[in-house]
Write a protein that binds this ligand. Structure first.
Ligand code: NDP
Ligand code: GDR
Length: 369
């Protein structure tokens, strides 16, 4: 991404550099992204802007600002001629808002990334999770199907859909979801397949295994750990409370994974693809790597708290992404240890700033994130 000195996305600077401009008489490709304020939405937006797209994001109303991950890409709408990323209010639970933006923008590509994406929270709010994750996808598919110019559609599927199916998991492995979130994602997966088969929609399911980054939400286990490592290293806290340490996940870097989403929509035919590093590590191994990187012993700082155990767990995920590697030419660039270091380095910087504020009495150091 191209940023000016004050961190604001600078179209002129970007266009002067490598960003493709449309040919005379051509319009820019238009992408519509739900979940644009989330981890993947921000990386996908950067990627699409770099490809010369105009990116429209649907954001939901919140009493707090929820656009922090996009601030570096934001151009004031009063400078609208320059802005290639635009944000609009809508909600996956509000069909009319989806329909209106799809019809108004006539996008070339729609990326459905919005979700109540926390597995443990989906046990607390199952009905809402199903409404946004499953029915929300159906509402968006309907909006796309009914549009005068149906866009290519990407559905953010998840390795959670495999649940208790043993690894390696590929496109042909059976789904056995273990949470309301995962069951809702299975429904969204089949809605997408059905709209492809029934209406000939160019609709793809990406079945993405866990992907993380410094922008990962702070209540997912990797980020929870790296935030704690930064703060413990700087003396801002001493303990971190966690649940099941023996679960194994196939963890990749989000920046690599959004590229696969785009690649799926550039193919001649729509299809479903597993995207994974094909390497699996336990939560304990992540702890070892993250604490070890800054010279700390994780066992001295981790406390097991039963509240973080889930009513049903997914024990072991390890993807087989050979289809995506062969058909899309995709492969991950960032490995496990590099990912851990990237996240810890980032969170050490945050902790340093917190320490300055805490030492000056502006924040309470004991107020853990
Ligand atoms: P995040 O939780 O970081 O982002 C979710 C996004 O959805 C946010 O922008 C959020 O808005 C938005 N959202 C939530 N509810 C609604 C709603 N009712 N209407 C409109 N928008 C809503 O998720 P990730 O970026 O990590 O993941 C992106 C997608 O990929 C999700 O669908 C997730 O389930 C799926 N996925 C993620 C994987 C991962 O490892 N990260 C792996 C496989 C699938 P707000 O910012 O306001 O909360
Ligand atoms: P996951 O990610 O459930 O795989 O879903 P998460 O990081 O929440 O959990 C991974 C594993 O860590 C264990 N764990 C803890 N998890 C959290 N959140 N907090 C803890 O304190 C803790 N202690 C141990 C969990 O039990 C689990 O086994 C993520 C989300 O991004 C989904 O939206 C996405 O679909 C999948 O990845 C692929």
């Amino acid at each position: 991404p191209h940023e000016s000195n004050n961190g604001v996305y600078d179209e002129e600077q970007a266009d002067a550099a490598a960003v493709p401009r449309p040919m005379p008489g051509e319009r820019r490709k238009v992408a519509l992204v739900t979940g644009i304020t989330g981890q993947d939405g921000s990386y996908l937006t950067e990627f699409l802007l770099g490809k010369g797209y105009e990116v429209h994001g649907l954001i939901r109303r919140s009493s707090n600002f929820n656009t922090a991950r996009l601030d570096h890409l934001y151009v004031d709408p009063h400078n609208a001629a320059k802005a290639r990323m635009k944000l609009h209010y809508a909600d996956l639970s509000d069909a009319s808002s989806l329909r209106r933006w799809v019809d108004a923008l006539l996008p070339d590509e729609v990326y459905n990334l919005a979700a109540q994406s926390h597995v443990a929270v989906s046990f607390e709010i199952p009905d809402y999770t199903a409404d946004v994750v499953a029915t929300g996808a159906l509402r968006l598919l309907e909006a796309v199907r009914c549009s005068p110019k149906p866009a290519r559609y990407y559905q953010a599927g998840s390795s959670e859909m495999f649940g208790s199916t043993p690894p390696p998991q590929s496109e042909s492995s059976p789904f056995h979801p273990r949470s309301p979130y995962a069951a809702a994602k299975v429904a969204a997966h089949w809605y997408t397949v059905n709209y492809r088969e029934a209406y000939g929609l160019f609709a793809c399911n990406g079945i993405l295994f866990n992907h993380e980054s410094p922008r990962r939400g702070e209540n997912f286990v990797t980020r929870k750990i790296t935030r704690a490592v930064g703060r413990i290293r700087l003396g801002l806290q001493t303990k971190v409370f966690l649940g099941n340490l023996s679960a194994a996940r196939d963890w990749g870097f989000a920046g690599d994974y959004v590229e696969a989403m785009w690649m799926m929509l550039q193919q001649e035919e729509a299809g479903d693809y597993v995207v994974a590093t094909e390497e699996s590590h336990t939560v304990e191994e992540f702890l070892q790597a993250a604490f070890g990187y800054v010279g700390l012993e994780w066992k001295e700082h981790v406390v097991i708290d039963p509240r973080y155990f889930r009513p049903a767990e997914v024990d072991n995920l390890k993807g087989d992404s050979s289809k995506a590697r062969k058909a899309l030419g995709w492969k991950p660039k960032v490995g496990f240890l590099e990912l851990v270091k990237m996240m810890v380095d980032h969170d050490l910087e945050i902790a340093k700033k917190e320490k300055v504020l805490a030492d000056a009495g502006y924040i309470d150091a004991h107020q853990q994130p």
